[in-house]
Design a binder for this molecule. Structure first.
Ligand code: DND
Ligand code: ATP
Ligand code: MG
Length: 280
């Protein structure tokens, strides 16, 4: 059970310190940005449930959007409501069914490709969050975790289009533990991760690897900087699985960076450029 012992190492962090830190940083970031609070999309999955609870502890000024579509399981809506009850947010949320919006896109984009339509759903949610953020003078609080960010397992400018990523440095395994620490219902903590972009979609089904293996591989590759062969040996898994995960990290780099600017001058405004200190 090498995978389990690596995961144990990964889980073994101080969730009290981590949650206090994230709560403080959300609060500071909102203040420093000159905004009044944060808006978040709550699906009833572990990532948005944990982030919503942390947001509610960081500020009184938050608002939650539930944006179901025909592929949203009823259980997810019920779980989202459980979180809303748990944090006492009964007057701080709104339900928007995104199916009619999707239909209007379908009139223009004639396809039945579930990935294309699923990514449109994620981008519709992003547009709604930004509209409400601007109306309320709030920031859009992202829910991506480190596993998804490394794999590129998110829609570019969809659920990836956010202002801050409070749990972005925690692996999915750690987010579940943090959820447990925060007192989330156990069925939300252990629920299989799913984008629910189409009926029956699960993250593990689409990725073809379990999150236990994904997190163990990511941890050894990214934190421990181990080579592919050694990881396969250490975890007693097929080398091809490690290669696959490694390829996902590599090919999704573009999703984690601002768009490349082709450099024509010494001062291209790329990701290294900063507002000059001498101007401050
Ligand atoms: N090298 C490169 N440099 C710059 N841009 C590049 C590029 N390669 C592709 N691109 C662009 O990126 C696009 C592909 O990216 P994207 O549109 O995101 O699409 P894609 O990565 O194909 O799909 C999104 C994936 O994330 C999953 N997802 C989505 C939403 C939520 C969750 C979740 O966990 O909740 C998961 C979803 O199930 C699917 O597997 C291409 O169409 C192209 O425009
Ligand atoms: N039905 C929905 N209503 C509101 N927001 C949604 C909905 N579906 C997805 N989102 C937003 O998109 C994000 C990405 O979805 P994702 O499935 O990765 O997260 P999750 O459901 O919170 O956790 P998990 O990855 O374990 O399923 C969500 O965290 C949430 O912010
Ligand atoms: Mg989900």
């Amino acid at each position: 059970m090498r995978v389990q012992s690596v995961l144990q190492e990964l889980k073994d962090v101080n969730y009290s310190v981590i949650s206090e830190y994230i709560i403080r940083r959300i609060s500071e970031y909102i203040t420093e940005s000159g905004k009044n609070g944060g808006i978040i999309g709550l699906s009833g999955g572990i990532d948005s449930s944990v982030t919503t609870v942390l947001l509610s502890k960081a500020t009184q000024n938050y608002f939650i959007l539930l944006m179901p579509s025909s592929s949203t399981p009823q259980k997810d809506m019920e779980d989202a409501k459980k979180i809303i009850n748990m944090i006492g947010a009964n007057n701080k949320y709104k339900i928007i069914n995104i199916d009619p919006i999707l239909e209007s896109f379908k009139n223009e984009i004639k396809t039945n490709d579930k990935l294309v339509l699923g990514n449109i759903k994620a981008r519709i949610r992003m547009i709604l969050l930004y509209a409400y953020a601007q109306i309320m003078n709030y920031l859009v609080i992202g829910t991506g975790d480190k596993s998804e960010l490394l794999l590129g397992y998110f829609t570019k400018y969809g659920d990836g289009g956010v202002d801050i990523l409070p749990i972005g440095d925690l692996y999915k395994t750690q987010v579940r533990e943090l959820g447990r620490y925060l007192g989330l219902p156990e069925d939300i903590v252990t629920k299989p991760s799913s984008p629910a972009l189409w009926e029956g979609q699960t993250a593990e089904g689409e990725l073809g690897v379990s999150y236990d293996i994904i997190d163990a591989v990511l941890y050894l590759r990214v934190e421990k900087m181990m080579d592919i062969e050694s990881i396969a040996k250490e975890l007693q898994i097929d080398t091809e699985i490690v290669h696959k995960i490694d390829r996902m990290i590599k090919t999704s780099q573009h999703k984690r960076l601002p768009p490349e600017i082709f450099r024509l001058s010494g001062r291209a405004i790329n990701s290294d450029w900063r507002y000059p200190r001498e101007w401050i």
